[in-house]
Design a protein around this ligand. Structure first.
Ligand SMILES: C[S@@+](CC[C@H](N)C(=O)[O-])C[C@H]1O[C@@H](n2cnc3c(N)ncnc32)[C@H](O)[C@@H]1O
Length: 333
């Protein structure tokens, strides 16, 4: 099925499904009920495949912060007794599990970022290709919007957002233009006008498109506090996992991937990567679904302490100082 055919059925095409399924944890005893969590259930693409591979004793909890995704999935899985859909932020995972008296999970998937529905139909200003209000909230109950950021952040704060989350250089003129336009920037096309006034594209459309994408990405990450939520869920994992619990995270931004990679490195006494190099989509998948081009998948699982050789236990401190353990400063998260 082509991307368009799949999109006619559901509003989002899931990425790297086969890889994800190949890492579902194996049960030691068939009677163990396993808990699977899809922390970014979206339109249920990954969840529907996971559900097909799990037994009748196990269950899946799908979490999303977006109302559209929640009502879509409640409807999609209404006939599936093993599946429960919860509205919330994945960074509230401990509270969600506690409210259901579930002490730990066996598998967690995070497919980070926004869905195709956000880009194509949400009318929240996630894309520079349509004229929409400067909103960018995945969760309507958040207060911060892209417009509030543009209207109220200081010169320094705007610079930090565009440099750190958009990986843009030379943003002084852009920040100046935004500040001069305060109160008048209402829609994405107003923002595009400021972008056009402020950056030099070397007469290349590709540079123009990349700059727009970087500006939009930076604002979206700030509005939704995306890096903060990733850090927060990672900090809870040890307490809500058992040996064998597996975590699969698909990210689309180098800062996200760095946070995950660094977490696995610095917690090598508790978690182990399930593969050597970061996993990416196949050429075939990229052809079918261009969104998979920048996807990076990392899978790691909780170690059984009895399986760690004594030598490695003593290595904990050394590992934390490994040379490419690049830290992401807290100030930008
Ligand atoms: C890439 S889509 C997931 C698509 C899904 N895997 C599928 O196959 O349909 C990302 C989803 O995660 C949700 N999301 C992003 N950050 C979140 C967070 N911190 N907590 C809960 N949901 C989040 C978004 O609302 C969006 O629906």
């Amino acid at each position: 099925m082509s991307e368009n055919e799949i999109k006619n059925v559901h509003p989002h095409v899931p990425i790297m499904v086969r890889d994800i399924l190949s890492y579902l944890p194996k049960k030691e005893s068939p009677t163990d009920p396993f808990i699977y969590i899809d922390g970014t259930v979206g339109y249920g693409g990954h969840s529907s495949e996971i559900i097909k591979s799990i037994d009748s004793k196990s269950s899946l909890i799908g979490i999303d912060q977006d109302d559209n995704a929640i009502s879509y999935c409640r409807n999609r899985f209404s006939e599936e007794p093993r599946c429960e859909i919860v509205k919330g932020n994945f960074s509230e995972i401990s509270t969600i599990l506690e409210s259901k008296s579930i002490p730990h999970f066996n598998f967690l998937l995070l497919d980070l970022g926004i869905s195709s529905f956000h880009l194509d139909s949400s009318e929240k200003g996630f894309t520079h290709q349509k004229d929409e209000p400067l909103d960018m909230r995945m969760n309507d109950s958040l207060e911060l919007t892209a417009k509030i950021i543009l209207d109220t952040y200081s010169d320094d704060e705007l610079t930090q957002v565009f440099q750190n989350f958009g990986e843009l250089r030379r943003v002084e003129k852009f920040v100046e233009t935004i500040i001069a336009q305060r109160g008048k920037l209402e829609t994405t096309f107003d923002l595009i006008t400021s972008i056009k006034k402020s950056f030099y594209f070397r007469n290349k459309r590709s540079v123009y498109l990349r700059t727009c994408a970087q500006v939009f990405q930076a604002l979206r990450i700030e509005v939704n506090q995306e890096l903060h939520h990733i850090k927060h869920i990672l900090s809870q994992l040890d307490a809500i996992t058992v040996p064998g619990s597996t975590i699969a995270i698909i990210s689309f931004h180098s800062l996200e991937d760095r946070i995950i990679k660094q977490f696995i490195r610095t917690h090598s006494d508790t978690f182990i990567a399930c593969h050597k190099k970061v996993l990416t989509a196949s050429q075939n998948e990229i052809k079918r679904n261009s969104r998979s081009r920048s996807a990076k998948l990392r899978v790691f699982s909780k170690i059984n302490p009895d399986d760690i050789p004594e030598k490695r236990k003593g290595n904990k401190y050394k590992k934390r100082r490994s040379k490419d353990n690049i830290s992401v400063p807290d100030s930008i998260i």
